[in-house]
Design a protein around this ligand. Structure first.
Ligand code: SF4
Length: 482
């Protein structure tokens, strides 16, 4: 049975209404999706824009910092260039003004002086112009390299200050002869009486003077074989004048002594290997297993064959024994070696070998020597500086060249006049000192040399002369120059 026509029409209308509703809903959901997509896109664009802005801001700040740095560097460069220009101009002006004055005083007269002055002014202007141009170039061009160059130049101009390895300040070593509760009545033998000097690493100071002047006592006191009565001994910045016990023992390897008599300074009961290596073991310079190799190396360095290791000192000549003494001292890797007349007991030919060995070892190990001798030609050969001692005092001190070419103290002149000249045609002008060296227990008042000095003045017997620098580190104690 078919539906009535009216119902069919109603159904049709209902379906149409439903379809319209579905279409409207679909359209609404599509619009919502599109809106969401648009919103997402705008948010993403905002983020990208913010990131770009941040990058741009960072770049701008970096560029600003760089430009500030460049400005600073330029300013420094300008200052350096200006300073350099001023110095050059001043130097030029000084030099030219001096030239102008000389010309004025000379035969050329006023005209020449004027011409010179004009030249000076021109040169001054030219120099200033050149310097200004250089400074301008520095501004425009390679700023950083120029600043580096200026820094390097100023570094190079700085004077190099080398701290001395050893400083001896007003050192005194008095031995009591007669002691009393009243100190004024005590009598002392003043072997060293106020000696001062500096010694640099790798250098040699020669100490000369006649027997009994205190050279050996000075060496032994510096080495702390004696305790100083007064004064300071500063080794590598450390005061060693009052060190005792373990502290002093630990310092011992740094300073060694080579004695005058190689026959007496070696034990006849020990082999060469034992003599050289004894202190190496005591101070644990090398591990036990390396001990023999180390000792043999030192022996070879000092010109001793390895098979001498098992031999005894009496089997050797004087020169070889002195080499054993040198090897013994060097085995402890010292920085300072005090050589007390190390070649005076040797033949002249052997002396030359040993002296050359000292020089070679100084170069290879950067050693400092205090070379005590009364042989002036040996001292001249080996020393950088020379000190002349008389009756416990240093009377003259200076560079080897200054002392040997221009001896100022009358005692030094007398010593040098006794040096033989290997030329039969040259006549020596010897200065013979009168009398004996006075007793160091009762030294003369005033200048201690006045009893024997041919140039003695009234003041010399009353006032002790000051030990003063007369230029270039040439110290002298004499009233002739004061
Ligand atoms: S101070 Fe007088 S006595 Fe002493 S060395 Fe000089 S001149 Fe001679």
């Amino acid at each position: 049975m078919s539906k009535p026509k009216k119902e069919i029409q109603i159904d049709k209308q209902t379906d149409e209404i439903k379809q319209d509703a579905a279409l409207k809903e679909a359209e609404a959901s599509k619009q919502a999706v599109e809106k969401q997509a648009v919103a997402d896109k705008s948010a993403e664009e905002q983020q990208i824009q913010a990131a770009e802005e941040q990058v741009v801001a960072e770049k701008v700040s970096e560029e600003k910092a760089e430009s500030e740095q460049v400005v600073e560097t330029k300013a420094e460069s300008e200052q350096a260039a200006e300073a350099k220009a001023d110095e050059a101009v001043e130097a030029k002006a000084d030099g030219t003004v001096e030239q102008a004055e000389e010309a004025k005083n000379g035969e050329a007269g006023e005209q020449a002086a004027e011409a010179k002055a004009e030249q000076a002014a021109e040169a001054k202007e030219g120099e200033a112009g050149e310097q200004a141009a250089e400074a301008k170039e520095g501004e425009e061009g390679e700023v950083a390299p120029r600043v580096e160059q200026a820094d390097a130049a100023s570094e190079a101009e700085k004077p190099e200050e080398e701290t001395p390895l050893l400083r001896v300040i007003n050192l005194k070593e008095w031995f009591p002869i007669k002691q009393s509760f009243n100190k004024a009545k005590s009598v002392y033998l003043k072997a060293v009486d106020g000696v001062s000097f500096d010694l640099k690493q790798g250098k040699t100071i020669g100490i000369v003077g006649e027997s009994g002047c205190g050279k050996t006592t000075l060496g032994r006191t510096i080495l702390r074989l004696y305790t100083p009565t007064d004064g300071q001994i500063i080794f590598e910045g450390k005061h060693i004048e009052k060190l005792k016990g373990e502290e002093l023992r630990r310092m011992r390897p740094h300073f060694q002594m080579i004695f005058q008599d190689p026959y007496a300074s070696l034990s006849p009961r020990l082999t060469v290997g034992e003599i050289v290596g004894e202190a190496v073991k005591t101070h644990k310079i090398v591990p036990k297993e390396d001990y023999k190799d180390y000792v043999v190396d030192i022996m070879l360095k000092c010109g001793l064959q390895p098979h001498y290791f098992e031999r005894y000192p009496h089997e050797f000549s004087g020169g070889q024994r002195q080499r054993i003494c040198i090897a013994k001292a060097l085995a402890l890797k010292p920085k300072l070696v005090i050589c007390d007349e190390p070649v005076s007991a040797l033949d002249v030919s052997i002396q030359a070998q040993v002296i050359n060995l000292f020089k070679d070892l100084q170069e290879s190990d950067n050693l400092a020597y205090i070379f005590i001798s009364h042989d002036l030609s040996v001292v001249e050969h080996i020393s950088d500086e020379v000190g002349v001692m008389y009756l416990g005092n240093m009377v003259e001190f200076g560079s080897k060249e200054a002392i040997f070419s221009n001896p100022m103290h009358p005692y030094t002149e007398a010593l040098f006049s006794a040096v033989p000249i290997p030329d039969p045609d040259t006549k020596l002008k010897r200065i013979i000192l009168q009398g004996d060296i006075p007793s160091p227990a009762h030294p003369p008042k005033g200048c201690k040399f006045h009893t024997r000095c041919s140039k003695c003045m009234d003041i010399c017997s009353e006032v002790e002369p000051e030990f003063k620098d007369y230029g270039g580190g040439h110290f002298v104690a004499c009233h002739l120059y004061q």
